[in-house]
Design a protein around this ligand. Structure first.
Ligand code: SF4
Length: 392
């Protein structure tokens, strides 16, 4: 990594402090900087301007209705083919029972994503939403990637607009941000095995925004892409955000490099021979540059399950202001996880993690409205002699 030209460094700094929009070339230059502390300082400035010393979180549960998928994305350890030993599809009552198990955790959101099941009928999806909403009326339903919505178009013959109307009528609050991975075709053609690319992904999110939804957007980084592809990814989203203003949050997701699938000893990830996994410094760099480049999205989320708790805490000084979530079970990552990340976190754990990092926790709902503000953190000077409360 080259040392950045001092003149360029000052120029970029001046742009950030003046609130000027950064260009594609600026984004690539930021990734090339060898000064991680400097990058963090710039991103922290931007993050503090937007969100002060607050860190948002929500109490949610992830539910995957089926792992049966028609596609075979190269990096995916979650999907199973029909008839495979541990392929599963939940009946609607099973899904409701699983969701109800979390009721006493005062969860505010259910996050549901699934494989592209080849034979489940379209009617199953609004029906499961209706039953979940009836069973848990106070819980917001954040469900389906744009890829799934495009799949629903295919299996139902309906246009996305009607699909979204019906899902919203059944209780859908927001789409999820998945299926984005890396939009640049140079990379995408090697990792994605379905037909939902930038044109359809953006069409479906644009539609959701037109219908009043606030949606998240993700980026899967640290595999075969180069920093310029990450910059391109963010530039496309930034442009769409200029048009709709409908993205509430951006979520960089660290690619999980698994060696052996924990469930059955198989290796499913077809790009693992030519990949490693982003090191913590690379993750922090990605958070910082994302915060600086994606200047019109209000929040930057660290989904701690994919980064580990230490990096999640550090990322709060590199642009992130949102920690998701108090997840009880997350199958997609944990099928690829041999890094000892915990599977369970509760509200108190998250509060302690945020306080320990020196920020004020704020509980939010799916639309990023404030549910509750908690105490400010004790200052670092005051608690220097106290042990850390949560060990990552
Ligand atoms: S990433 Fe999604 S669409 Fe691709 S194979 Fe896995 S479950 Fe299927």
């Amino acid at each position: 990594m080259a040392q950045m030209d001092v003149g360029l460094k000052r120029e970029l700094e001046a742009k950030v402090y003046a609130g000027e929009r950064l260009t594609r070339e600026d984004g690539v230059a930021l990734y090339e900087s060898d000064d991680l502390a400097w990058l963090g300082r710039l991103a922290h400035h931007k993050r503090t301007e937007l969100n002060g010393d607050r860190v948002m979180f929500n109490v949610n549960r992830h539910l995957n209705l089926t792992n049966v998928c028609s596609a075979s994305c190269a990096y995916c350890s979650f999907q199973r083919k029909p008839g495979e030993k541990d392929a599963y599809t939940m009946r609607i009552d099973e899904a409701v029972r699983k969701a109800k198990e979390m009721e006493n955790e005062q969860l505010t959101e259910l996050h549901i994503v699934n494989g592209l099941h080849p034979t489940l009928p379209w009617r199953y999806y609004p029906k499961v939403l209706r039953e979940l909403k009836a069973a848990l009326p106070n819980v917001k339903l954040k469900c389906f990637t744009a890829t799934e919505v495009q799949w629903f178009e295919k299996i139902s013959g309906l246009p996305a607009s009607e699909i979204l109307d019906e899902l919203m009528d059944a209780g859908l609050e927001s789409l999820t941000g998945g299926g984005a991975e890396i939009f640049d075709w140079e990379v995408r053609q090697h990792i994605v095995d379905h037909n939902c690319h930038w044109e359809d992904w953006s069409r479906i999110h644009r539609l959701a925004h037109e219908k009043g939804m606030k949606t998240p957007a993700t980026m899967l980084y640290g595999h075969i892409e180069e920093p310029r592809h990450r910059v391109d990814h963010v530039m496309r989203l930034r442009e769409l955000q200029d048009e709709t203003g409908g993205f509430a949050v951006f979520i960089p997701l660290r690619y999980q490099h698994d060696f052996v699938d924990s469930a059955d000893g198989k290796i499913r990830n077809r790009i693992q021979a030519r990949t490693t996994m982003a090191a913590p410094a690379e993750s922090l760099r990605t958070f910082a540059v994302s915060r600086l480049m994606f200047d019109n999205v209000p929040h930057l989320k660290n989904f701690w399950v994919m980064h580990g708790l230490s990096v999640a805490q550090l990322s709060l000084n590199f642009g992130a202001d949102d920690l998701d979530g108090s997840v009880v079970e997350y199958k997609i990552t944990h099928d690829a996880d041999s890094y000892g990340t915990p599977t369970t976190m509760h509200r108190d754990d998250l509060l302690n993690i945020i306080w320990d990092a020196g920020f004020q926790p704020v509980e939010r709902n799916t639309r990023y409205e404030i549910v509750r503000e908690y105490d400010k953190p004790t200052s670092l000077a005051e608690r220097r002699s106290e042990p850390q409360q949560v060990w990552a």
